[in-house]
Structure formats: C-alpha cells, structure tokens
Design a protein around this ligand. Sequence first.
Ligand SMILES: Nc1ncnc2c1ncn2[C@@H]1O[C@H](COP(=O)(O)OP(=O)(O)OP(=O)(O)O)[C@@H](O)[C@H]1O
Length: 293
Amino acid sequence: MTGAVIEARSVAKRYGAVTALAGLDLAVPRGGVFGLLGPNGAGKSTFLRIVLDLVRPSSGEVLLFGAPVDARVLRRVGGFIEAPRFHPYLTATQTLRSVALTAGIADADAEGLLDRVGLSEAANRRVDGFSLGMKQRLGIACALIGAPELVILDEPTNGMDPAGIQDIRRLVRDIADRDGATVLLSSHLLDEVQRICDHVAILDHGRLVTSGPIADLLGSGDRLRIAATPIARAIEIAGADARADGEDAMLAPIARADAPALIAALVGAGIAVSEARWVRGDLERLFFERTGQ
Ligand SMILES: Nc1ncnc2c1ncn2[C@@H]1O[C@H](COP(=O)(O)OP(=O)(O)OP(=O)(O)O)[C@@H](O)[C@H]1O
C-alpha cells in the first residue's frame, strides 16, 4: 500500500449501539479522482470525518500521506463534509479570506478561487442569500485554499442544477489533472462517479465491498443484449448467466469471441433474433450487485 494518500487499517467507529464503520481497510492512491460510494448509512461521511480528524475511530488507524492524522499533516488537505457552513453575514470574498486566515494563509487569491468555482459575480454578496448550489461552490473554493494535495468533497454537487453539476464535474477533473491534487469525493450519483472518477470504492454496512480502478471494475462487465422471440427459450439456450432485460430481450455476460456462436445457436433453434448489441458494464449494476440492494 505504499504511495497511498490515505490508508485506512481496520477502522471501526461505533456511536453507542450503532456501528458506522466495522473494520474498514481502504487505500486511496495518489493522483486522480477517487469516488466513495455506498447506500445511505454505509459509513462514507464517518470515514471522511475520521480522515479530517473531526471524529476519532473507536479502533484501527488512518494514515494520511503515510503519517497519523494530526494538525501538521492536515495542512496538506482541504475539504468539507456534508453541506459546508458559513457565517451568514460575510460576503463570499470575506468568507474565503477569513477561512484562509484561520488556516494561516495571508495571501489567498480569493478572486481567482471564486472565478474557478463560477462565483465571481457573487463575490461581494452576503452568503446568507446564497442558494444551496452556490454554497457548495463556495465550499469547494474554501477547500482549495492553500493548494492542498488532497481535496475531500462530500457530495459536492448536492443541490445543483444540471449545468452546475457539469461545471463542478469539469472543476473536479481540473483539480486532479491541472493542479495535480488527489480528489476524494463521496456521491450518490453513480453516473457522475462513473464519468469523473479514476478509482472507486463501494462501502456497505461500514465495510469495503469493492475498490479499484474504475476501468478494471467495469471492464469485465460487458454484456450482449439480444432481442429475440421467444425470449424464454433464448435465455435457456444462452445459459445460466443470461437474464431477461424487459419483455423481449436478454443480457448475456459472454466474451466477445463467443457472440457469433451464441447468435448462430439461437437462429439454429428457430428463434427470431431482431437485435444484438453490446452493453457496457456500468457502475449502477456493480453497485447493486455488490451492495445486494
Ligand atoms: N454522530 C452520530 N451519532 C450517532 N450515529 C451516527 C452519527 N453519525 C453517523 N451515525 C450513524 O452511523 C451510520 C453511518 O452514517 P454515515 O453518515 O457515515 O453514512 P453515509 O454513508 O455517509 O450515509 P449517507 O449516504 O446517508 O450520507 C448511520 O447509521 C448513522 O446513523
């Protein structure tokens, strides 16, 4: 696990009778965008809180840049958990300056950061008039103060409209690709994670259920979708792994080289095949398979 920006070793967190994390082992590699997924209550926010030293684990340990979490190592990290909160009477610029000063940074480029998150026009407006999406943007700007090496964003597109989601998607990629920071984000939006993340981890009931480069996790998930009549007979011929997809089609998780033989077998059995096309593996399917939802 060398070179990991975050390494969690058997991390458990209990809140009274509730087990939020049940021995989590997880490594977040340096560079790129890492997506943390999981159903409600899986323990995502709890894990991010532990990484940011906002709560202590009941047992186990988290290493940040190879060192135990402390104030010194946290200077290399920016981020927010759940909705970022601000002083309502400050403007966006004042908010950034005050967060920067608290972090000991006197020369933060508030203007440049607000421009990056698309809030230039609201720079001198009080934060209490901001929409949820604008607060999220300001939260991201605050997370970028001091050019952190690790940026942690909990549900960064929460409350945003589709155009805002696209902006943030571009910004998150830019933080990883241009700034060279590692971004760890949690999200419920599987499509969003599939589009912008290089690595993913899926948590369920406080444990890691799968983790790895997204290309590897989805790479073996291609399926051949065949529309045919009668479909029940076609599924029988395709074998145990095939399953119905709607009323007149099936999905067969087969190798590309086996497709001609399967189609020939169907046609040979007198089945009318009206369409055959490849469907890419997707994160949604992986998520539901691994979390058993
Ligand atoms: N401060 C707390 N006190 C008591 N229980 C808590 C506390 N924080 C979290 N929990 C519980 O721990 C479990 C994990 O919560 P957590 O917020 O980490 O999950 P999550 O994956 O972030 O969920 P969501 O997707 O809904 O935000 C839940 O059962 C939650 O109710």
